[in-house]
Design a protein around this ligand. Structure first.
Ligand SMILES: [Cu+2]
Length: 276
């Protein structure tokens, strides 16, 4: 065929493949432009920066993808039009390789620096003074949220006290534990007040995921991991576990409420504590 003696360059299977590719291109373009399955509106301060990086990476890789695939298509059409052309071969081309290497390195370096600025603002910045601290403990298959209560001090936890009703082993004889709240699968925080999450796991690796707030952090057994962020949009959201952590992983779902004011939050905390 390539020697020009075949049935010609346009074959039914080629046309079918081209049509299929065209449908794929139009469908994926539509997905990106109409955004029927896109991110939820961002609900945290840090989330806007993360979305910006994501968008930048998407543009860069999108342009590179279209450029590379377009050139490939063009070369095939341009140099294979008759089916009689011979491919030429050479071992290397230092100039082309240098341009590609330096160009790619420059783009990636810019992206890495943009990303590390956001990373540092999430992981290497000081937690603001007024932050609300919540101890989050993942287990198969639930999220435990431990609030210090009005005294601001977390009660002692003891492993031998862990039971089906006291899932984090809170020692109620400790004075600091008197006003503590243990909430299972229900998390509350206050809009525009920073939150410090102390993340732990009782069994396997889980991943604490607040998609609306663009927060995702692994919970690792034997480690206490801190992360902070500032929710800035009141509302009800979902919390997921983003680490395949066992057979019940799919139901490791919890609920987050970002209260509009400290008063609303305090009322919730008081009601919940009274119930316990
Ligand atoms: Cu999990």
């Amino acid at each position: 065929m390539a020697d020009g003696t075949g049935p010609g360059r346009v074959t039914p299977s080629g046309v079918a493949l081209a049509a299929l590719l065209l449908i794929l291109i139009v469908a994926s373009l539509w997905l990106f432009i109409a955004k029927p399955y896109w991110w939820t509106p961002v609900a945290s301060q840090q989330g806007a920066d993360i979305d910006f990086i994501f968008t930048a990476v998407l543009w860069v890789t999108g342009i590179a993808f279209v450029g590379v695939q377009g050139m490939l298509g063009y070369f095939i059409a341009r140099y294979g039009a008759k089916g009689t052309e011979r491919a030429s071969y050479w071992h290397d081309n230092p100039k082309a390789e240098a341009i590609l290497l330096i160009g790619t390195a420059a783009i990636l370096t810019v992206l890495v620096f943009m990303g590390q600025r956001v990373w540092a603002s999430v992981y290497f910045s000081d937690v603001p003074e007024n932050a609300l601290t919540i101890q989050v403990t993942g287990e198969q298959f639930a999220w435990n949220f431990h609030y210090a209560g009005p005294d601001g001090a977390f009660g002692r936890q003891r492993i031998e006290l862990i039971s089906p009703t006291n899932t984090i082993g809170l020692d109620r004889t400790d004075p600091a534990a008197k006003d503590d709240l243990l909430s299972i699968n229900q998390m509350h925080m206050v809009a525009n007040r920073p939150v410090r999450v102390r993340l732990r796991s009782k069994d396997v690796i889980h991943s604490f995921f607040l998609p609306n707030l663009r927060v995702k952090q692994d919970a690792v057994p034997g480690m206490g991991i801190e992360i902070w962020f500032t929710p800035n949009l009141a509302g009800d959201y979902e919390i997921a576990c983003a680490e395949l952590c066992g057979l019940g992983h799919y139901r490791m779902k919890a609920f987050l409420t970002v209260d509009a004011s400290q008063d609303v939050f305090d009322t919730w905390l008081r009601e919940q504590t009274a119930q316990q």
